[in-house]
Design a protein around this ligand. Structure first.
Ligand code: CA
Length: 231
């Protein structure tokens, strides 16, 4: 089982890939642009990235270069272009392998297995990291969170919010940063954050008046930290 990021703007190809990979027991996240891909790899750990070269925002070579500037994750490029010179150039630029579209599931699986074998043999990938804050355990890879060993039923946004804060325990995160990082918006009203925070609070079994993990500092930001001994 591997954690896979699929970067593909074609809805049809993307859903097919997600379906096949999920059926093969892989954990899949997917995005349709290079910039979203960069954001994903900055926030989550993947075992392999499948990168379509024909993305709407950035040229494939450019996208690969930017990915490489922030992560060593194995990248398999998927290209409709049967252009040997370009493929060789991309392999030299840090791609680990490539697939020419259309490709079969078997072909994809074989390439993935080979890439994963190599990266695991190289010991490049650390074991999955679980973020722990007090009795909270957050697994960004599996997108699961537990409190006191009990699984929390979180929406996608609640999970993102919790995981982001858990990555910086005890640090007051300004609302602006939350909007930018969790909502991916450069502006917005505080209400959006407040509403999600209150839902998340309820699931953590606490209230704004009697916070345990989630602390709102009016006009400043939000922080997540383990409850004190008196709580
Ligand atoms: Ca494309």
């Amino acid at each position: 089982m591997a954690s896979v990021l699929v970067v593909e703007d074609d809805q049809f190809v993307r859903s097919a890939l997600i379906r096949h990979l999920t059926e093969a027991s892989h954990t899949v996240r997917s995005v349709g642009t290079a910039l979203e891909a960069l954001r994903e790899v900055a926030h989550f750990r993947f075992d392999v990235v499948i990168l379509d070269l024909g993305l709407p925002d950035l040229d494939g070579a450019e996208a690969l270069k930017m990915l490489r500037s922030i992560t060593d994750v194995p990248v398999i490029i998927a290209t409709a272009r049967d252009d040997e010179a370009e493929i060789v150039r991309l392999l030299n630029d840090g791609a680990d392998d490539y697939l020419t579209k259309p490709f079969s599931v078997e072909h994809l699986s074989a390439r993935m297995a080979a890439v994963l074998r190599r990266s695991r043999a190289a010991g490049a990938e650390p074991p999955p990291r679980v973020l722990r804050v007090g009795a909270l355990a957050i697994d960004p890879l599996r997108r699961q969170a537990e409190l006191d060993g009990k699984r929390l039923d979180l929406t996608r946004r609640e999970f993102d919010l919790l995981a982001f804060l858990a990555g910086r325990p005890g640090v007051v995160v300004p609302r602006k940063e939350l909007l930018a990082e969790v909502w991916q918006q450069s502006y917005g009203d505080d209400q959006t954050i407040d509403v999600h925070l209150s839902w998340l609070r309820r699931k953590l079994g606490e209230t704004a008046a009697r916070p345990r993990y989630l602390h709102t500092l009016r006009g400043v930001g939000v922080k997540l930290e383990p409850p004190g001994p008196q709580q």
